[in-house]
Design a protein around this ligand. Structure first.
Ligand code: ADP
Length: 178
């Protein structure tokens, strides 16, 4: 179980985190994209993309399914590993909350399997995939708190702008008072 005191919120850039794992809000092609994905590949260098290509060749020829997670090393980033996970695109027709929760559960499971102690998450699905911040924060924080993650000592949510930070902060404050 990740305890509430093990969760930290930071405003900043996920590519600068020195946690063992940084989670990438990847797209299913594993070949990079915009937002967090673009920043991780730009700063991390070609090694990450090379590993993603070989994952595609060996296992994910049809793409990494939404909600699943897979690891590569972190190239030139300060982290040791990147865990790539594909968030769901927001829909007001269909409840895709479980897929967003899966991203967090499966990323933590991969981090545990790597022996990581510290993990940094971005606000998955809240950029190009348009998920409303408050709802994404609620799902992300509740899921991380409810997940058994042996060996994980700290989880840091790295929020890129004030609005994302405020949403996560509000939700975390509420959860801590429940
Ligand atoms: P998705 O496709 O899952 O929506 P995005 O990368 O477009 O993923 O956005 C996810 C969130 O990450 C958004 O809130 C966006 O503002 C934020 N973001 C973009 N670049 C970075 C970065 N370098 N570090 C941390 N968060 C970032």
């Amino acid at each position: 179980m990740v305890l509430s005191r093990h969760i930290h919120l930071a405003k900043g850039d996920i590519t600068e985190q020195d946690t063992d794992v940084v989670v990438n809000a990847a797209n299913s092609s594993l070949l990079g994209g915009g937002g967090v994905d673009g920043a991780i590949h730009r700063k991390g260098g070609p090694q990450i993309l090379a590993e993603c290509r070989s994952l595609r060749a060996s296992k994910y020829g049809r793409g990494l399914p939404t909600g699943q997670a897979v690891a590569t090393t972190a190239g030139r980033l300060p982290a040791k590993w990147v865990v790539h996970t594909v968030g769901p695109v927001w829909s007001d027709q269909e409840d895709r909350s479980e897929l967003l929760a899966d991203c967090h559960r499966n990323s933590l499971e991969v981090a545990v399997s790597l022996g990581a102690k510290t993990v940094a998450f971005p606000a998955i699905s809240t950029g190009i995939f348009r998920w409303p911040l408050k709802s994404a924060a609620d799902i992300a924080l509740r899921t991380v708190l409810a997940t058994d993650a042996p060996g994980i000592e700290a989880v840091r949510f790295v929020l890129f702008d004030e609005a994302a930070f405020a949403a996560f902060n509000d939700v975390l404050t509420t959860l801590r008072s429940e």
